[in-house]
Design a protein around this ligand. Structure first.
Ligand code: ATP
Ligand code: MG
Length: 376
C-alpha cells in the first residue's frame, strides 16, 4: 500500500510514471499455494532475509476481534520480533508479500516487504505519509496494521485475505463480477473522498476472502515511497489510462479507466487488448520474454492510439457492456464521475449487499484448486 496523496499539483501536473507492471491474465493455478496464490514456497527456503516460521497457530488467538487487534498494533507494538513469516503469497515489482503470524495478537497478516536503499530522513518521511492509512476506515479497503523499517527494508502489515487477489481467478461470471464491481467502486469512491488517487488499480490489487469481502490494496498514500520504488522500476503498467501512458494529466478519471480495463479482463478471462501468442505460450511468458523489445511498447501504443476494446454484446448483459464502455472512454472527461459510477444501472442492480454470492464463488474456486493440487 503505497503511492501518493493527491495534491492539486500532482493531479494536474505531468507525472513521471513508474514503468512496467504487465497484465496478468490467465495465470495457471497449478503453481499456486493452497490459497490459490502465486508461490508455493516456504519463506525459510527462499532467498530472503525474513525468518521462516515454525508451525502452530493458536485457535484462541484467532478469536480476538479486529478492534482489539487494531488497538494492539496501533500502539506501536508492530515490529519485526513479533512477526513470524510463513508462506510467500506473491512477488510484485516493488517487493514480496508474506503470509505472517503476529505473535502478540495471534492474527495472520499479509506483510509486504520492500527493499529500499534510502536515507533515514526519507524513511521517516515515508512513515509519516503512511499515517493516513490508520485513518482509512472502509469495508472496501484493506485493513492497515502498521509499518516499520529494518535496515534497508520496509515491512507494511495489512489484513490477510484468504482468497488472494483477483488476477488468479480467470473468467469470473457476471453475477459475481457485479457484486465485486460494487465493492471496488465503493472502495475507490472512499479513497477519492479522502483525496487519494489509487494509481495502481488492477486485478492483483483487488483482494477477496471467503467471507465474500472485496478490498482494495496498494493505493497511493506515500509520495516518497512511490518515488523510491520507481527508481528500481522499468516499464509501463498496461492498466494505465491512455492519457497516463502518454504522460498527460492524471486524475480520478484515470483510476476509472484502470477499473474498466481490469473488469473487462476479469470478465473475458484475458487481457482485453490483442496479444500475439505462439501455441502453448501464455501471456505472462510472452511479456516477460519481450521486456525491452517492441512488443510491450506496441501494446501501449495500441492503448494510446486505437479505439478501446468493447465487451461482446450478447455474451454479457447490456448494462455491464455499457458500464465498462463508459469507464473506458478514450477521452477522460467522458468517463463517469464518481457519483455517476454509483448510480449506473449495472452497479445499482448488484448493490444488494449479497456477500454470499462472492463468498460461495471464492470458496468453490479455492476448493477446485485444492483438489487439482491433491490437497485435502
Ligand atoms: P505489482 O507489484 O506490480 O503491484 P502485485 O500487486 O501482484 O504487482 P504485490 O502487491 O507485491 O504485487 O502482491 C503480490 C501478491 O501478493 C498479490 O498478487 C496477491 O496475490 C498477494 N497479496 C498481496 N496482499 C495480500 C493480502 N493482504 N492478502 C492476501 N494476499 C495478498
Ligand atoms: Mg499489489
Amino acid at each position: 500500500m503505497y503511492y501518493t496523496t493527491v495534491t492539486e499539483q500532482q493531479v494536474n501536473g505531468v507525472m513521471i510514471e513508474p514503468l512496467q507492471i504487465y497484465p496478468r491474465a490467465c495465470k495457471p493455478p497449478g503453481k499456486r499455494n493452497i490459497h490459490g496464490l502465486k508461490v508455493n514456497t516456504r519463506a525459510g527456503s527462499s532467498n530472503n532475509s525474513c525468518p521462516a516460521v515454525t508451525e502452530g497457530l493458536s485457535n484462541n488467538s484467532l478469536k480476538k476481534s479486529s478492534a482489539e487487534l487494531k488497538k494492539i498494533l496501533a500502539n506501536g507494538q508492530m515490529n519485526e520480533q513479533d512477526i513470524q513469516y510463513r508462506d510467500i503469497l506473491g512477488h510484485g515489482n516493488g517487493g514480496t508479500v508474506y503470509k505472517a503470524y503476529h505473535v502478540p495478537s495471534g492474527k495472520i497478516l499479509a506483510v509486504k516487504v520492500i527493499l529500499l536503499d534510502i536515507t533515514v530522513e526519507l524513511q521517516k518521511q515515508i512513515m509519516s505519509e503512511l499515517e493516513i492509512l490508520y485513518k482509512c476506515d472502509s469495508a472496501y479497503i484493506i485493513g492497515f496494521y502498521g509499518a516499520f523499517f529494518v535496515e534497508n527494508r520496509i515491512s507494511i502489515c495489512t489484513e490477510f485475505m484468504d482468497g488472494g487477489s483477483l488476477d488468479v481467478y480467470r473468467k469470473i461470471p457476471e453475477h459475481v463480477l457485479g457484486r465485486i464491481s460494487v465493492a471496488v467502486v465503493k472502495g475507490l469512491t472512499y479513497l477519492w473522498s479522502l483525496k487519494i488517487l489509487h494509481r495502481d488499480v488492477k486485478p492483483s490489487n483487488m483482494l477477496v476472502n471467503t467471507r465474500g469481502q472485496v478490498k482494495l490494496c496498494d493505493f497511493g498514500v506515500s509520495t516518497q515511497l512511490v518515488n523510491s520504488i520507481a527508481k528500481t522500476y522499468v516499464g509501463t503498467n498496461a492498466y494505465m489510462a491512455p492519457e497516463r501512458i502518454a504522460g498527460e494529466q492524471y486524475g480520478i478519471h484515470s483510476d476509472v479507466w484502470s477499473f474498466g480495463i481490469s473488469f473487462m479482463e476479469l470478465a473475458l478471462g484475458r487481457f482485453p487488448y490483442p496479444q500475439v501468442l505462439r501455441p502453448g505460450e501464455v501471456l505472462n511468458e510472452v511479456i516477460q520474454k519481450s521486456q525491452g523489445s517492441l512488443m510491450p511498447l506496441q501494446l501501449l501504443q495500441c492503448i494510446v492510439d486505437e479505439d478501446p476494446p468493447v465487451l461482446p454484446v450478447g455474451v454479457f448483459s447490456e448494462p455491464f457492456v455499457h458500464f465498462i464502455t463508459q469507464c473506458m472512454r478514450k477521452l477522460s472527461t467522458e468517463r463517469p464521475a464518481p457519483e455517476e459510477l454509483m448510480v449506473h444501472p449495472f452497479i445499482v442492480q448488484y448493490n444488494d449487499k449479497n456477500a454470499e454470492v462472492v463468498s460461495m464463488w471464492v470458496c468453490r474456486m479455492l476448493e477446485e484448486w485444492r483438489s487439482q493440487q491433491g490437497i485435502q
